[in-house]
Write a protein that binds this ligand. Structure first.
Ligand SMILES: Nc1nc2c(ncn2[C@@H]2O[C@H](COP(=O)(O)OP(=O)(O)O)[C@@H](O)[C@H]2O)c(=O)[nH]1
Ligand SMILES: [Mg+2]
Length: 320
């Protein structure tokens, strides 16, 4: 059965793509079986991450990016991990109308994922979902996530290029910059450039970047040789999109020529394997420990023992 499903995905059948994604989301073994056959065909797709605080204009920007990639005849897959995203249902009317024009386009596949997974960030299956889309011929992939701590780290693991969207006013650009999130950005989109304060946000970013690249912390900064461009955009009107696209293309070129692409892909594969191992480990712990765990918990709660001692004893029992 999985063989047939994988074949249908490879031929780009939308129903099959949706079904494979659903199976993976449900952790159905049939999903993993299909993925095994799809994985080789998924290699080489491009993943652009779009992250930033709520309300910065990520979804609006993604909508424009879809348009721009489509204008170059690229087939585009979008995964939105954002409870407030128009893709995931919290749409205002204007957004819905915009999305519909893409929904009717055979060259676009949009899928939303709930925010879940024990890391609290991206769903464990995000990488798998992207692989299914890539195998189905959607070779330009966009991953939208809300930038709240852990999610940003996750998106930078999964994406080749990360666009950090910041905007003046709501969402507090300065907070975003302070949170140590800047490290993961390859391109900054200072969106809502039509609003007051956008120039200042851009200057603030440039200043932090200059300090990072030349200051005392420079040695610990990201791989040398790529200086993240700061691109003003007005996503609502499509302004700045050619410049954003150009910046992304330059980053893609840099990834290839610097050898950084291979390093990122291996890091991504490593994270995916660890994620699957962690899931199995959780299952093993749940299956093998429940009775003893309850007893240990009672002792710790009563003050008769401490969590470290009990964990050590249980660990020894598991490995014994
Ligand atoms: N003034 C202005 N508003 C924008 C711009 N881009 C998006 N918006 C509006 O900002 C709001 C939030 O946009 P959305 O894309 O949903 O943000 P997200 O939460 O980051 O995905 C919406 O009302 C958009 O219409 C822009 O460039 N300028
Ligand atoms: Mg959104």
């Amino acid at each position: 059965m999985a063989g047939a499903l994988a074949r249908r995905v490879l031929s780009g059948e939308r129903n099959a793509v949706a079904r494979a994604i659903r199976l993976l989301d449900d952790r159905d073994p049939a999903g993993a079986a299909a993925l095994r056959e799809l994985w080789p065909a998924a290699a080489g797709a491009r993943v652009v991450g779009v992250t930033g605080p709520p309300g910065a204009g990520k979804s609006t920007l993604v909508d424009r990016l879809i348009e721009a990639f489509r204008a170059r005849q690229e087939r585009v897959g979008v995964v939105a991990v954002d409870p407030s995203s128009p893709f995931t249902g919290g749409a205002i009317l204007g957004d819905r109308i915009r999305m519909q024009r893409h929904a009717a386009d055979d060259g676009v596949f949009i899928r939303s994922l709930a925010t879940r997974g024990h890391l609290g960030g991206l769903s464990a299956s995000t990488l798998d979902v992207l692989a299914v889309l890539a195998a189905a011929g959607f070779r330009t992939l966009i991953l939208e996530t809300v930038g709240v701590g852990q999610d940003e780290v996750e998106v930078s693991r999964v994406a080749d290029s990360v666009v950090l969207v910041v905007a003046p006013g709501a969402g507090d650009a300065v907070q975003t910059l302070k949170a140590g999130v800047m490290e993961i950005a390859h391109v900054f989109a200072v969106n809502k450039a039509d609003q007051p304060g956008a120039d200042q946000v851009a200057r603030d970013i440039e200043q932090v970047l200059a300090y990072r690249d030349h200051g005392p912390a420079a040695a610990g900064a990201g791989p040398a040789g790529w200086v993240p461009p700061v691109v003003p955009t007005v996503a609502a009107e499509g302004r700045g999109l050619p410049e954003l696209l150009e910046a992304l293309d330059r980053h893609a070129d840099w990834l290839r020529t610097s050898g950084e692409e291979g390093r990122r892909h291996r890091e991504r594969a490593r994270a995916a394997i660890l994620e699957q191992l962690r899931h199995r480990l959780d299952g093993t712990l749940a299956n093998r420990l429940p009775g003893r765990l309850d007893e240990a918990a009672a002792r710790v709660a009563a003050g008769a023992s401490d969590p470290h001692a009990e964990a050590e004893a249980l660990w020894a029992a598991l490995n014994g």
